[in-house]
Design a protein. Sequence first.
Length: 148
Amino acid sequence: MCVNGWMLTCISGVLLPLKVRHSKVRLNLDVVVSSCLCFGRQIHTKAVPPQRVACMDELSIFIDWDQVSKQNPSAFQLFGSSEEQPVFDIILSALSDGTFLPPVLFFTGTSSHVPEGFPDNVLLEARREGFSEQERQHIWIEKVSVRV
């Protein structure tokens, strides 16, 4: 059986929430393997063009505000405790044909304006309370993948 929605399930359940420690994702390995093989066959038979296949990665930035006030470079970390939430999440993605998709920068906090010199190709999303995994997935699909 070919599961057409497996990729969205994979993005929302595995790829985006690298913070699986607070997610109760339970995947049936047989279904995932079957879906991956099915998707691979669709690519091989050209039912899904290679330029529609993407790779995605997430980079979370944690900030220690006490260290920022001291201008300490160690204020910025790529890891945090399970209780901490990142201040920035950067979603990077590229197509299998080598095309880079616009990066998305999710900022937990308010942004009164986009800083001068901020790159035009980076999508900035800011919200005081942050974003759920589903909200981030929806934003990425609506603002990045549909633009391709």
